[in-house]
Design a protein. Structure first.
Length: 253
């Protein structure tokens, strides 16, 4: 693998490759040329014909509301399924503009209700959960959607349906310590839906009230933005991003 990677990066070391200037004017460092070549390799893979066979895996998905689109500014940042924040310029550079805006419908389009016909969530359901929750729903967790599982709130083994109302996003460690019997045994709590708001939270094993994920990262989700708008009077400020982005975005991963 290391040999293949080095061979694939080698063409980018030449002056002028992946550059907008002639070779004689290319002043990039070797590290910058390597990064640009890697970016070109990723672009080529994501644009290849096998994208249709990935069923959304390996795709960058951006979460935003209709209000975000109507009042877009260069300073806005939008969360993705990979756990990164992107600016409008970043999104355009990804090439997403050619696809316009994608909307997941629960009544007139993509199937969000699979009942007992299928245990695994569909791509449409995963996209809907990403828009609603963005990351793991356990309190204080910021694990990105693409590194998480779709969890049956009422377990499949207990007769739970593969429907959007019975699903939530849970990272793998938290998925493993969820008590599917909902009885607090083993000192484990469980995820459940708040009957008043429809929001998924975590019940501690002692039977205490639901606790929700209120991390800064989760506040970037379209669902959180809409909740803030409902709680306050109208106005663009209700849809703005949190003032301080999560610390994890200061790290290049």
């Amino acid at each position: 693998m290391a040999a293949k990677l080095k061979a694939a990066l080698a063409p980018g070391r030449r002056p002028g490759v992946n550059a907008s200037v002639p070779p004689e004017e290319d002043k990039r460092s070797m590290q910058a040329r390597g990064a640009d070549q890697l970016d070109a390799i990723l672009d080529a893979y994501l644009a290849a014909g096998n994208v249709a066979n990935r069923r959304g895996v390996g795709s960058v998905v951006v979460s935003m509301t209709a209000a975000d689109v109507d009042t877009l500014s260069a300073d806005d940042r939008f969360a993705t399924n990979t756990g990164h924040l992107l600016s409008p310029v970043d999104i355009l550079q990804l090439g997403m503009a050619q696809y316009d805006i994608g909307v997941v419908h629960d009544a007139d389009g993509l199937p969000l209700h699979l009942a007992r016909t299928r245990r695994s969530a569909s791509l449409a359901q995963r996209l809907a959960l990403f828009a609603r929750e963005l990351c793991c729903t356990r309190p204080d967790c910021t694990e990105a959607h693409c590194d998480s599982d779709v969890h049956h709130l009422v377990a499949w083994a207990e007769g739970g349906n593969t429907d959007i109302e019975n699903s939530s996003t849970v990272c793998r460690p938290h998925h493993g310590d969820n008590n599917d019997r909902h009885d607090g045994s083993g000192g484990l709590g469980h995820l459940a839906t708040d009957p008043d708001t429809g929001r998924v939270g975590w019940h501690p094993p002692d039977g205490g009230p639901l606790r929700f994920n209120e991390t800064t990262f989760q506040q970037y989700s379209a669902g959180a933005k809409i909740r803030r708008a409902r709680e306050r009077s109208g106005g663009r400020e209700n849809f703005r991003d949190p003032e301080e982005p999560p610390p994890l975005f200061d790290i290049v991963s």
